[in-house]
Design a protein. Structure first.
Length: 164
């Protein structure tokens, strides 16, 4: 196995470990504080943890299949079952990200955003507020993420169900 594949596997395992932390906390295995009023719903922890966990698994699968960084797909020689598992796992990640962005933009409750900008040693920070600007920014991201997910699903459907 090439050195680059081994490095990708290490980073994949690290990403799996990062994703496991919120999943274990959501299961009550790792200690966490009790929810406070105004906290995000618990399912967000599941979604974030699952997104990282699956991203790590996808990187590991790509490495074992011999994929390089020049293509988003597995090599043509990869078994069809592995390609199906890879596509299914990889498809869930942008869906989870779209759900997270959508909750921040359109979910119930108050949001607090802060903005910081600077250049050349001059910085300006605006904190506490900016709810409209933050929701619009995340709303734009949520809509864009949903468009990307729709395009990805169409592409996957064509690859798997349409004859070329």
């Amino acid at each position: 196995m090439p050195r680059s594949a081994r490095i990708r596997i290490v980073f994949g395992l690290l990403t799996v470990a990062i994703g496991t932390i919120p999943l274990l906390a959501a299961l009550g295995i790792l200690p966490s504080r009790p929810p406070a009023p105004g906290d995000a719903p618990a399912w967000l922890g599941w979604a974030i943890g699952l997104a990282f966990f699956l991203a790590g698994i996808v990187v590991i699968l790509r490495s074992f299949a011999g994929a390089d960084d020049s293509s988003a797909e597995l090599p043509a020689a990869a078994p069809r079952v592995l390609r199906a598992v890879y596509d299914a796992l990889a498809a869930v990640i942008p869906v989870l990200l779209a759900v997270l962005l959508s909750w921040v933009a359109f979910g119930p409750g108050e949001r607090q955003f802060s903005v910081a900008a600077g250049s050349g040693g001059i910085a300006m920070a605006v904190g506490g507020g900016g709810q409209v600007i933050g929701r619009v920014a995340f709303g734009f991201g949520a809509v864009l993420a949903r468009v990307i997910v729709a395009g990805m699903m169409v592409s996957l459907a064509r690859r798997w169900f349409m004859r070329r």
